[in-house]
Write a protein that binds this ligand. Structure first.
Ligand SMILES: *Cc1c(COP(=O)(O)O)cnc(C)c1O
Length: 424
């Protein structure tokens, strides 16, 4: 089945007389007939539901659809994209461990790695995604447990060479985790390029209508944890909180997601509401149609912006002149990475602000990647405490505008950009 069909029909399969749409199981708990039945669930001897913090049928059906879309063996929904990144790493790392991460990742992921996980004793080394394999190899340590990257970085738009990163990770016997939020499995399936685990902020394109915050972790099932029993003791060695059960021995290819659910969700609890999972599923039903439209409109608009005298620069990896265009062609289904681009206005910070304030259809919001076109100016919003010099050092020019192209008619969007450019 192609991703187009899976968007609609993946996950929930209604049987005779059952609802067509995935039901919302708004229940904290689930009833059993004997004490023994429940005991088997607690021991992970039987699969089933008993408390929604650990698992909920609505959430599971939606996770199943995302797993199918990515071509993975299992998936788990989380209450946010941040929770997905946190759990994906904590499922492998503990105090004293180390992560190799691309420096071009979402700001929240950077803070998670550089500050919060560091406080828990997990250190990170940040690498330039354009580094050569030899340079990447220098970042690894004996206690490295995983590599983390972002397919298309938010906000820089830098494209990760998944195959290069996967090879580097596997050479050191650790998995590659990729945040695939921006392309979604419609435009890129990281497992096809050697990635082992995928994370998502489903808040963005997957939901697509700014209606819920959520996240997802998908496992390819390809990484052989049992090959490194000491390095991945959490997955291979007996877990005393489950009477000495080994996830790898008991669950095989489902070990990673089972541990994530049975252990991390149990103890840290960041399950999404089944209502949110239901909304997410409605978004997923049209993801294939929306993603291609987002990408096509972004391509058209990026091309048009390039012709405008008042525009200083445009960065969109779908354009043939982008340094990432060759990689985009190899790694993405279709020749565009997503519907998000960055550009700058001649005249720097002041001109960019005047331009944004003059937009009428295109809104100023912190969000990206949904039906409504929007812009954000990191120098005045997300990074406003920084001076122009600090911004430049962080790779964010003071004139940079992040533009998320929505599902409106690109002709109307171009007209809006045109009238705003005329005001500066
Ligand atoms: C938004 C975002 C996140 C964080 O997701 P939340 O759902 O906001 O917690 C992670 N990665 C990327 C690429 C994002 O754009």
């Amino acid at each position: 089945m192609t991703v187009d069909t899976l968007c609609v029909q993946g996950g929930w399969q209604a049987k005779k007389g059952e609802p067509r749409q995935v039901p919302i199981y708004s229940s904290t708990t689930f009833k059993y007939e004997t004490s023994g039945q429940m005991a088997d669930l607690f021991d992970l001897k039987e699969a089933g539901y008993f408390y929604t913090r650990l698992a909920n049928p609505t959430n599971d059906q939606v996770a199943k659809k995302i797993a199918a879309l990515e071509g993975g063996v299992a998936a788990m929904l989380t209450s946010s994209g941040q929770a997905a990144s946190t759990f994906a790493i904590l499922n492998l790392c503990e105090a004293g461990d180390h992560v190799v991460a691309s420096a071009q990742v979402y700001g929240g992921t950077f803070n998670l790695l550089a500050c919060s996980l560091k406080k828990l004793g997990i250190e990170s080394t940040f690498v330039d995604p354009d580094d050569s394999p030899a340079e990447l190899a220098k970042a690894f340590r004996p206690n490295t447990k995983c590599v983390f990257g972002e397919t298309v970085a938010n906000p820089s738009g830098v494209v990760l060479d998944i195959e290069k990163f996967a090879k580097a990770a596997h050479k050191f016997g650790v998995p590659l985790i990729v945040d695939n939020t921006f392309p979604t499995p419609i435009l890129c399936r990281p497992f096809e390029h050697g990635c082992d685990i995928v994370t998502h902020s489903t808040t963005k394109y997957m939901d697509g209508h700014s209606s819920q915050v959520g996240g997802c972790i998908v496992d390819s099932g390809n990484f052989d944890w049992s090959k490194y029993p000491a390095r991945f003791a959490g997955l291979v060695a007996p877990d005393p909180t489950y009477h000495g059960l080994s996830y790898v021995k008991s669950f095989g290819k489902l070990a990673y997601i089972t541990k994530c659910t049975a252990h991390l969700m149990r103890d840290f609890g960041s399950i999404p509401s089944p209502f949110n999972a239901f909304l997410l599923n409605l978004g997923l039903e049209s993801l294939h149609v929306r993603m291609r439209r987002h990408a096509e409109s972004a391509h058209k608009i990026a091309k048009w912006l390039k012709t405008q005298k008042k525009v200083a620069w445009v960065n969109f990896a779908g354009l043939p002149e982008s340094p990432y265009h060759k990689l985009v062609k190899k790694q993405f289904h279709g020749n565009d990475p997503c519907g998000v681009m960055t550009f700058g206005i001649k005249g720097g910070r002041e001109a960019s602000i005047k331009f944004m304030d003059s937009l009428k259809l295109i809104g100023i919001v912190t969000h990206v990647a949904d039906a409504w076109s929007c812009v954000l100016h990191p120098a005045s919003h997300t990074h406003r405490q920084m001076t122009d010099e600090q911004l430049k050092a962080a790779g964010i020019p003071p004139d940079l505008i992040r533009f998320s192209v929505g599902l409106e008619d690109p002709k109307d969007l171009i007209a809006d950009l045109k009238q705003a450019l005329a005001k500066i």
